[in-house]
Design a protein around this ligand. Structure first.
Ligand code: MF3
Ligand code: CO
Length: 247
């Protein structure tokens, strides 16, 4: 578990701002008719224009700059020729390195007009992140965050994906510690100022079980139910959490 210096946190602020700007721009372009590949191209262009490098491209052989996960796809959907349709939901996950430091964040967007259940799932995913954030203070323990996320999701009748977790982040996209979205309070590593984490609830309308498609990347719900993802990179400061991937 690596504690960042003020200089490192400043670089992560810049990386995080670029990621946040990409996610903000995508709000306007995600409409019925756009392809997931077009979303990927827009994101990559913006990242590079800001002197940053797409963090996912080439990571473990991943073939694109962002992940686009539609409907029952949980995470790691590969952009391609798929055309978004009215009523779809799409999770877009964006990562960028700036001067050697990484920012990582995801949002789930409505495409046109969505069902009430889809809207509620997206909202609960976001809310659960903020429920967890309330525990991101020095002196607490990591699974206090995890437990708060789980409690919010399950009390709304949805389930938390178990086999994928959030992570420490910095010079590497994935660092210790792992950040599960479920767990027991008062357990796990002690939180300290300077710790940078990517907290990323992935929640399903049905059961928590997931599987990976034959492309080797796309994770889908086993029961075909809708899934939503919400992620930010944060730093724990002496005054509490600061979100690095929000404008
Ligand atoms: N935000 C995701 C994560 O934290 C993105 C990784 S996609 C990959 O794991 F292709 F880069 F693996
Ligand atoms: Co992440």
């Amino acid at each position: 578990m690596y504690i960042k210096s003020d200089r490192e946190i400043e670089l992560m602020r810049t990386a995080g701002k670029i990621v946040a700007e990409v996610l903000e721009k995508l709000k306007e372009v995600i409409q019925p008719g756009i392809t997931t590949k077009e979303i990927d191209q827009l994101a990559e262009e913006y990242i590079r224009k800001n002197k940053a490098i797409p963090a996912f491209l080439g990571y473990g052989g991943y073939p694109a700059s962002v992940c686009t996960s539609v409907n029952e796809e949980v995470v790691h959907g590969i952009p391609g020729s798929r055309v978004l349709e009215d009523g779809d939901i799409i999770g877009v996950d964006v990562g960028a390195f700036y001067e050697g430091y990484c920012g990582d964040a995801a949002r789930t967007y409505e495409v046109g007009s969505c069902s009430d259940i889809a809207k509620r799932l997206i909202k609960v995913a976001e809310e659960s992140f903020f429920a967890g954030l309330e525990y991101a203070y020095e002196g607490n323990r990591l699974y206090d965050i995890s437990h708060a996320i789980q409690t919010h999701v399950e009390s709304n009748g949805f389930s938390v994906v178990r086999s994928l977790v959030g992570h420490g982040i910095g010079k590497n996209m994935h660092e210790d510690p792992q950040v599960p979205n479920y767990g027991l309070p008062h357990r796990g590593p002690r939180l300290m100022a300077g710790l940078t984490l990517a907290i990323e609830p992935m929640i399903n309308a049905g059961k928590h079980n997931v599987r990976t498609l034959s492309d080797g990347w796309t994770v889908v719900t086993s029961d075909g139910s809708l899934s939503a993802h919400y992620e930010n990179t944060i730093v724990i400061t002496v005054n509490g959490p600061e979100i690095l991937t929000r404008l």
